[in-house]
Design a protein around this ligand. Structure first.
Ligand code: 13P
Length: 252
C-alpha cells in the first residue's frame, strides 16, 4: 500500500528565524502523523534548510524547493545536490510551475535534475500541471503526458517508483479555485497509466501521486478519498501551524 503524504511548499516565505520558530511549532505533528502511517514534511527555501533540518531532524521530511543538476561549477545563485546532502536533505521539488513560468524550467531540464537526484539516492517530487488555457482547450492529458514522459526519460525502472509526482493544475494554484476531486482523480489516474505504460503495473502501483492547488483543511479529505490521489502538496495552507495541523488531522 502507498503511504499517504502531506507535503507543505513554503515557496518564498519565512526568514530563517521564522522558519525555525515554525519548525519547533509543527514538530509535535510528526509523532501524530507516524501513528496514522502518514508521511509529512515541508519543502522550504534554501536558506531555511539548515535551521529547519536541525529542529525536525528525521521526524519529518525536510525538502528543498529546487536544486541544480550539476554537482558544482560557475552557476551563480544555484544550490547543488552535494550542498543539500551535506545538510542531510534528501528530497527536492522539481519543476514547480512557478519555476517553469518564471525561471524557464523546461521538462528537459527537470529530467536532468530527476536523474541527478536519483543517482544520489535523493527523492524528486516532480511537479506537473496545465495552464487554464490548456485546460479549457481540453488538452490537459496530452500536456501532462509530455511533461511526464520527458521528465522521466532514461529513469530506470528500479528508480521510477521512488519518484513522487505532484499534479498541480496551474489554474488552481493560489487562486482558491481548486480542481474538483473528480478532476484530480481523473488526471492522477491517467498519470499512473502513463507510468504503467512506461514501466509496469508494479511500478505504477508504487509511485505516489499528489494533488496540489488550493488544498485547504476543508477539502483535503475529498482528494485523499480518491483512489489514485496519495497525498497533497500544499502552499498557502501549510504556512500556519494551526492549518497545517488541521490538514493532517483531516486526513488521519
Ligand atoms: P496553494 O496551496 O497555495 O494553492 O499552492 C499550491 C502549490 O503550488 C504547492 O506547490
Amino acid at each position: 500500500m502507498r503511504r499517504k503524504l502531506l507535503l507543505g511548499n513554503w515557496k518564498m516565505n519565512k526568514t530563517p528565524s521564522e522558519a525555525k520558530a515554525f519548525a519547533s511549532e509543527i514538530k509535535p505533528l510528526a509523532k501524530e502523523a507516524k501513528s496514522h502511517k502518514i508521511d509529512i514534511g515541508v519543502c522550504v527555501p534554501a536558506v531555511d534548510l539548515e535551521g529547519v533540518k536541525k529542529i525536525l531532524k528525521k521526524s519529518m521530511i525536510v525538502g528543498a524547493e529546487n536544486v541544480h543538476y550539476l554537482p558544482s561549477g560557475a552557476y551563480t545563485g544555484e544550490v547543488s545536490i552535494p550542498m543539500l546532502k551535506d545538510l542531510g536533505i534528501n528530497v527536492s521539488l522539481v519543476g514547480h510551475s512557478e519555476r517553469r513560468e518564471y525561471d524557464n524550467e523546461t521538462s528537459e531540464k527537470c529530467n536532468l535534475k530527476i536523474l541527478a537526484l536519483l543517482e544520489n539516492d535523493m527523492i524528486p517530487v516532480y511537479c506537473c500541471g496545465e495552464s487554464l488555457e490548456t485546460y479549457e482547450a481540453g488538452k490537459t492529458k496530452a500536456f501532462v503526458k509530455e511533461q511526464i514522459v520527458t521528465g522521466l526519460k532514461d529513469v530506470k525502472k528500479e528508480d521510477a517508483s521512488k519518484i513522487v509526482i505532484a499534479y498541480e493544475p496551474i489554474w488552481s494554484i493560489g487562486t482558491g479555485k481548486n480542481a474538483s476531486k473528480e478532476i484530480a482523480e481523473d488526471v492522477c489516474k491517467y498519470i499512473r497509466k502513463i507510468i504503467r505504460e512506461l514501466y509496469d503495473t508494479k511500478t505504477a502501483n508504487r509511485v505516489r501521486i499528489l494533488y496540489g492547488g488550493s488544498v485547504k483543511p476543508n477539502n483535503i479529505k475529498d482528494y485523499l478519498s480518491e483512489k489514485d490521489v496519495d497525498g497533497a502538496l500544499v502552499g498557502g495552507a501549510s504556512l500556519k501551524a494551526d492549518s497545517f495541523q488541521e490538514l493532517l488531522r483531516n486526513i488521519e
